[in-house]
Design a protein around this ligand. Structure first.
Ligand code: NCD
Length: 309
């Protein structure tokens, strides 16, 4: 295969073209066996991934680490700024420079939008944005799209609803842009206070991407192939009272979807949006989706660290 993916940093899904996304999906498929340890690889042996996680993470951090280790590499870093010299007052630029000295690529999660971009401008190693505030989460989007592709064997002619906190949710910001590159029907289902940001809608319109907006899940539930549910992002609300009014806006339970032909996805963690009675049904794709973080992130790591694919 000719190498077509030439991004060095993974900051925003807007930097990707459709062919880049397709390329990563293809490579991830080839890596599934290594991700499950059914095949052995040491392609990133001797390479070190720097993990700068200023915000909590379970799946993103662990799947990056698992992917790196499955490829023979290793990881250094911190999980929460308390464990690093940031808690002593070190500035972000100095901390990043140290990571640049100690590792071959950096993964960063931070509560401020734009931080990954800022760091990528001051270090010479590749930088991956693992979530910047309410901004973007491009690697999550790649694994989301991969999950859809694995289930339907295509990404076009599908009806996909993004549900929940579309204002502060970074996963849906990235996902909307990516789905906009494919021929799908998109619906945005959110309480009026948490609609998709105007800027994103404007960008989609500029690219002639069609979407439907509603605050009522019932408007879309009978027609969707994918329900992509998200958590109301409590930590991003300026006012906790506002959060209390909106939390619990949507609840997906087995009764609601029984008999319908759809899958339920969620970037996780869920905090009540999906009832556990969906877990043991054919509708549950969210756990499998979390696993796909490993092969998809392996494909990204291989590509940006070694340019090997
Ligand atoms: C998401 C995140 O951190 O943006 N989780 C994830 O990376 N899988 C979603 C969330 O926190 O709600």
């Amino acid at each position: 295969m000719i190498k077509i993916f030439d991004l060095t940093d993974v900051i925003s899904i807007k930097d990707f073209q459709k062919k880049d996304i397709q390329y990563i999906l293809k490579k991830a498929e080839n890596l599934e066996k290594v991700a499950k340890s059914e095949e052995y690889s040491d392609e990133l042996a001797g390479k070190i991934l720097g993990m700068m996680f200023f915000e909590p993470s379970t799946r993103t951090r662990l799947s990056f680490e698992t992917g790196m280790k499955r490829l023979g590499g290793s990881c250094v870093g911190f999980d929460g700024s308390v464990a690093s010299s940031v808690s002593k007052g070190e500035n972000l630029a100095d901390t990043s420079k140290m990571f640049e000295a100690y590792s071959d690529a950096l993964v960063i999660r931070h509560d401020l939008e734009g931080v990954a971009k800022f760091i990528s401008d001051i270090v010479d190693v590749p930088v991956i944005n693992a979530g910047d505030g309410a901004g973007q989460h491009p690697t999550q989007t790649l694994l989301d799209i991969y999950t859809i592709k694995r289930r339907f064997d295509k990404i076009k002619d599908l009806n996909i609803a993004l549900v929940g906190d579309l204002k502060y949710g970074r996963t849906v910001h990235s996902l909307a842009y990516a789905l906009g590159m494919f021929d799908v029907q998109m619906s945005f289902v959110a309480p009026d206070e948490l609609k998709m940001p105007k800027e994103t809608l404007h960008d989609l319109e500029k690219d002639n991407v069609k979407f439907y907006q509603t605050n009522n899940l019932k408007d879309v539930i009978d027609d969707v192939d994918v329900l992509y549910v998200t958590r109301i992002q409590k930590e991003r609300f300026p006012d906790e009272e506002e959060y209390s009014k909106i939390k619990g806006a949507y609840l997906i339970n087995h009764h609601l979807i029984k008999g319908k032909d759809l899958i339920v996805m969620h970037p996780l963690p869920r905090v009540g949006e999906i009832s556990t009675d969906v877990d043991n049904t054919k509708y549950n794709k969210y756990f499998e989706q979390a696993f796909y973080g490993v092969p998809v992130r392996m494909a990204i790591l291989k590509n940006i660290i070694k340019n090997k694919i």
